[in-house]
Ligand binder design. Sequence first.
Ligand code: MF3
Ligand code: CO
Length: 267
Amino acid sequence: MIHYKTKAEIELMRESSLLVSKTLSEVAKLIKPGITTLHLNDVAEQFIRDNGGTPSFKGYQDYPFAACISVNDAVVHGFPTKNELKDGDIVSVDLGAYKNGFHGDSAYTFALGTIPEESQQLLRVTKESLYKGIEKAIAGNRVGDIAFAIQDYTEKQHGYGVVRELVGHGLGRHLHEDPQVPNYGKRGTGAKLKEGMVIAIEPMINLGTKDVYHDEDGWTIRTHDRKPSAHYEHNVCIQKNKADILSSFAEIEAAEKANPNLCSTYY
Ligand code: MF3
Ligand code: CO
């Protein structure tokens, strides 16, 4: 069942989504070689709590952390660890915040130091694919229009692997609501998009094969060929002519550019 949101509810959701964006920008300021992903998790959790939220992921289906931090061949749902990040790592940070009864849920992939041109392109194209999906997220279109736009750009035009096992989703009082929003599919198929729907669009794109496997920890999803993967996620509200993007990468990108430990040549 799809839950449509009122104007007032959308503004509450914007607050939750922007809290996640702000938290990701705090991560962008701190992230560097030598730091552990567990430290980034703890800073993120504290920041969410200091700003009146609670971490959406912690305790969700018994997930034990506030953040999913997925390094290199980890696609999503990576456990924060005591391992130190190093130059050349590709780090996807996925965070959720629950505030005023609604969830925000957003992700961003960072590149530490010097990374190969092909990985830089993966990040650029994955982020671009998110916006190509958002362009199709308007009333009257269908979920398949978003899915096709993402798959066509990443898989057909760039030869990347689109993960099939995990999808975007409706978002609201629950972290995962209907409809499912896959990153692959056919135009003109799937649920009809209507004003007041809020969805999380989240392309998970692999440099190599689309195939993934479950790590021994029971959560972390990794690429079968061990090549890197990228993940960007926005929350959008469906409207007539143009989606209202509730989350924002503006502060994250500013912090990314200002952080000398991050690769800034990919965008
Ligand atoms: N953004 C991810 C998703 O929508 C976060 C869920 S991870 C979990 O699936 F830990 F909360 F399960
Ligand atoms: Co999500």
